[in-house]
Design a binder for this molecule. Structure first.
Ligand SMILES: [Zn+2]
Length: 120
């Protein structure tokens, strides 16, 4: 890493810069939070709009997001395969609509939690 004060290269475990003796602890914390970094909450929302629930998984590794996505996918497939049976198609669309909304709620909750961890 590099000293934020004088810009010279210093070892990763250094607490003080050997050149200008600036404290490097804050620089280290800064680079760490940047590494684990803010994921894009916009990407999470877009993901969740296109693939219900996946945004929650993207931002918080929330497994419920994947479940929502899988159930939604299965329901869509069943709806497509059995589209001639109108009640099945209707139920399939209803399930997808409900899961889509649920997925968005899950994602916006996950984004809230994420923002508490990594404030902008
Ligand atoms: Zn320095």
């Amino acid at each position: 890493m590099y000293c934020p004060v004088c810009g010279k290269e210093v070892t990763e475990d250094a607490v003080f810069c050997p050149y200008c003796s600036a404290s490097l602890r804050e620089a280290k914390n800064f680079s760490r939070s940047r590494d684990e970094g803010p994921k894009s909450t916009a990407v999470a929302m877009i993901l969740s709009i296109i693939f219900p629930g996946t945004g929650a998984f993207y931002i918080k590794n929330d497994v419920r997001g994947i479940l929502v996505f899988v159930v939604c996918l299965v329901s869509a497939l069943v709806g497509m395969l059995m589209f001639v049976v109108l009640p099945v198609l209707a139920v399939s669309l209803l399930i997808q609509a409900v899961l889509w909304v649920y997925g968005l709620m899950l994602t916006s909750k996950a984004i809230d939690d994420y923002r508490k961890e990594y404030p902008i």
